[in-house]
Design a protein around this ligand. Structure first.
Ligand SMILES: Cc1cc2nc3c(=O)[nH]c(=O)nc-3n(C[C@H](O)[C@H](O)[C@H](O)COP(=O)(O)OP(=O)(O)OC[C@H]3O[C@@H](n4cnc5c(N)ncnc54)[C@H](O)[C@@H]3O)c2cc1C
Length: 425
């Protein structure tokens, strides 16, 4: 079944595969938000950039996600402050603010029609421990001047979400939602208009340094000579084993739930993500439609089974039973072993980005812009430098495979702790 987004995306672009030898200043591999934003910003700076996408633009996470455009990082601010110090955490917080602001600006300036809207967002606490945890996060935000964050107690969250499933929640009015595929197509059009070359159906299967260039090879054997290279394939791991210990590909599942005419769910529903191990999230995308998602294990994905999500819906909204599931789909996300996305100069003039851990709708746009600055020799901000200085926590490739296809966040955390204890991280 097609995703809700793919069914309602409007006009797209037909990109052709690369057929002949090609030269460019910067080659971008991957046509999701990261790659598209990078190509757009490079073209805007007058750099000869070409983007190569294995399938179709936004066919990865960028076209399959929940459409929530949020501040912050997959990792809590309090965790970042504990780990790297308050000064670094503040810089990272500001960088996440730039990310949301950049999406807002791009949508406005490039007139991208993608249903971009301010929804507010709530991180909903499932247990008392989660309440404590989120309240700590709320205090950090408040102490650092983020006035739009509020605490909702159990009554307030029940009223605002139409479910008594949660014990409280951290609400932030400064949060947005969009139609991810329309946003991606808008970015692509703007990049093309500024002179970027975009190729679809062009998987890059080999990269060879050939000083002072890189030679990339497509699956059909066509060669690309590029002075510099940006690798933006996130959870689609290349043969480059280096990424395999840093990103764990996992699947998220979503259903589009059509509500009965009188559903009694609040119309001004904010976007929601909760603290359950399955990480449920939802948002209203049409007056009568809600997208409801969560993690999906590999077995369920193989069986094409979405019943766990429907069952969860019924637990949370027992008063809204007369629903119709109009769409169901999955998307591949890149979990980072340290719950932080990163940008790394993997080899001279070859940057790799990814590991958004399900929180990349805004960050990937910012990362694309940052990659463009790096690949065009521009100077980066202090806030961005704080990100680039963070080492990318990883587990050994052997352990990555040992975790197997059913690894959960908890397994990953254990793996990281073990690696740390062994002094390998
Ligand atoms: C189910 C789901 C829900 C999510 N919900 C949210 C949300 O609500 N809010 C939020 O902030 N984030 C969310 N995310 C995360 C967010 O979508 C991602 O962080 C973001 O889209 C990553 O963009 P990207 O461009 O780095 O990767 P992708 O969009 O995955 O793009 C990578 C591209 O690289 C291409 N590619 C791979 N290998 C090659 C190759 N060898 N040659 C050429 N091309 C190649 C792929 O085909 C793909 O198109 C969600 C993710 C998923 C999967």
């Amino acid at each position: 079944m097609a995703s809700f987004w793919a069914d309602a995306e409007g006009p797209t672009l037909a990109l052709t595969p690369l057929k002949d030898t090609h030269e460019c200043e910067v080659a971008v591999v991957g046509g999701g938000f990261t790659g598209l934003s990078c190509a757009y910003h490079l073209a805007q700076a007058g750099v000869a950039v070409s983007l190569f996408e294995a399938r179709q633009l936004a066919s990865g996470a960028s076209g399959q996600n929940g459409g929530q455009v949020l501040l912050g990082w997959p990792c809590d601010m309090t965790a970042l402050a504990e780990r790297w110090g308050d000064e670094v955490a503040v810089k990272l917080w500001r960088l996440s603010q730039s990310a949301v602001e950049r999406v807002r600006r791009l949508v406005r300036e490039e007139a991208i029609s993608c249903q971009f809207r301010r929804t507010g967002h709530v991180d909903a606490a499932y247990s008392e421990a989660d309440v404590e945890h989120l309240q700590r996060e709320w205090r950090w935000l408040r102490d650092h001047g983020h006035e739009t964050a509020q605490w909702w107690d159990a009554d307030a969250i029940a009223r605002r979400l139409g479910t008594s499933y949660y014990r409280g929640g951290l609400f932030d009015a400064e949060a947005y939602a969009f139609h991810p595929r329309q946003y991606a197509w808008g970015l692509a059009r703007s990049a093309l208009k500024r002179g970027a070359h975009l190729f679809g159906g062009t998987p890059i299967v080999r990269v060879r340094p050939s000083s002072p260039h890189y030679i990339l090879e497509t699956a059909s054997g066509v060669r690309i000579h590029a002075q510099r290279l940006v690798w933006a394939t996130n959870a689609y791991l290349p043969a480059a084993h280096w990424l395999r210990g840093r990103i764990l590909p996992r699947y998220g599942a979503q259903i589009a739930v059509k509500l009965p005419r009188e559903s009694a769910l609040p119309l001004d529903l904010p976007t929601v993500a909760d603290t359950t191990p399955e990480f449920h999230y939802f948002s209203r995308v049409l007056p009568d439609t809600i997208i409801f998602g969560g993690r999906m294990d590999t077995q369920a994905r193989r069986r094409g089974e979405f019943s766990a999500l429907v069952a969860q819906w019924r637990r949370m909204f027992p008063q809204v039973t007369d629903i119709q599931v109009t769409h169901q789909w999955t998307g591949r996300l890149g979990l980072s072993f340290d719950f932080m996305p990163h940008i790394v100069e993997y080899a001279p003039g070859w940057w790799v980005a990814g590991g958004y851990t399900g929180h990349g709708a805004a960050l990937s746009t910012e990362f694309g812009a940052l990659l463009a600055t790096l690949a065009s020799g521009g100077s980066i901000s202090d806030d961005a430098a704080a990100l680039l200085n963070l080492p990318w926590g990883h587990v050994s490739v052997k352990r990555h495979w040992a975790l197997g296809p059913r690894a959960t966040i908890r397994d990953m955390t254990h793996a990281v702790l073990l690696q740390r204890a062994l002094g390998a991280w």
